[in-house]
Write a protein that binds this ligand. Structure first.
Ligand SMILES: C[S@@+](CC[C@H](N)C(=O)[O-])C[C@H]1O[C@@H](n2cnc3c(N)ncnc32)[C@H](O)[C@@H]1O
Length: 254
């Protein structure tokens, strides 16, 4: 999930002091200022964004839940990462309208595969025509429904063990640890899991009594617990990146 989509105009100057929305818990960008984030988007991200991804981003911007979409800079990051690791067989938990899914599909080779899961097919279908037009729909196997039971099915079948090069987790934060227990068997040794929103609007460092949106407060403890668990898990190496709302990369080592 991005927190950068609904970004407001860059930093405003009031009484000689720079005021940015970053002072507010629940703000989306984790950078020093909105202006800096805008600079990244305008200088490095938008000029290189594939037209299909821009089209999907524009469609998603009109949707009432657009706050959920992966941001353009994170999409670019995922694309680069997938190419760097030579990913071919991937999984995505949490699709929404498909921005990260399209970034993945475009980055994979022609015979690449993405097993994509979401409880909501309707939102996926908003983006599907763009994905089809981009010529990458054949790489996607979309499954509607809660991810956990499907993961349980995959784990039961040893042929899926160690079969994924990359797994992106961007769905219900209260289940991330349950996902972790399962997908660690499914990703190959040397493969990568990306957990999205691991800095959770910056709320991970907010005092418990700080003003927070309800959903931010609700999921905060789950994110804190996940971050601790990932840091202590010797089966993975981790790297916490302040891209988007924070993404933690986990490389399976055993
Ligand atoms: C933050 S959005 C995903 C954003 C997406 N990666 C993108 O690039 O736009 C989270 C998605 O997780 C889905 N979701 C929530 N609970 C789920 C569950 N238990 N299993 C599968 N998907 C779930 C929601 O329907 C929602 O579309």
């Amino acid at each position: 999930m991005s927190t950068a989509v609904a970004a407001t105009p860059a930093a405003a100057v009031t009484n000689g002091e720079e005021k940015t929305r970053h002072q507010e818990v629940g703000h989306k960008s984790l950078l020093q200022s909105d202006a800096l984030y805008q600079y990244i988007l305008e200088t490095s991200v938008y000029p290189r964004e594939p037209p299909a991804m821009k089209e999907l981003r524009d469609i998603t911007a009109k949707h009432p839940w657009n706050l959920m979409t992966t941001s353009a800079d994170e999409g670019q990051f995922l694309s680069m990462l997938l190419k760097l690791i030579g990913a071919k067989n991937t999984m995505e938990i949490g699709v929404y309208t498909g921005y990260s899914l399209l970034a993945t599909a475009l980055a994979l080779p022609e015979d690449g595969k993405i097993l994509a899961m979401d409880v909501n097919r309707e939102n996926y279908e908003l983006g599907l025509p763009v994905i089809q037009k981009a010529g990458v729909a054949h790489k996607i196997d979309f499954r509607e429904g809660p991810a956990l039971p499907l993961l349980d099915q995959l784990v039961e079948d040893p042929s899926f063990h160690g079969s994924y090069d990359f797994i992106f987790v961007d769905a219900d934060k209260d289940n991330y640890l349950n996902y972790h227990k399962r997908i660690l068997d499914l990703v190959k040794v040397g493969g990568v899991i990306g957990y999205d929103n691991t800095l959770w609007n910056g709320s991970v460092v907010a005092p418990p009594d700080a003003p927070m949106r309800k959903y931010v407060r609700y999921y905060r403890d789950f994110v804190l617990e996940l971050n601790k668990a990932l840091a202590a898990d010797e089966r993975i190496e981790i790297c916490q990146l302040p891209v988007g709302d924070g993404i933690t990369l986990c490389r399976r080592v055993k």
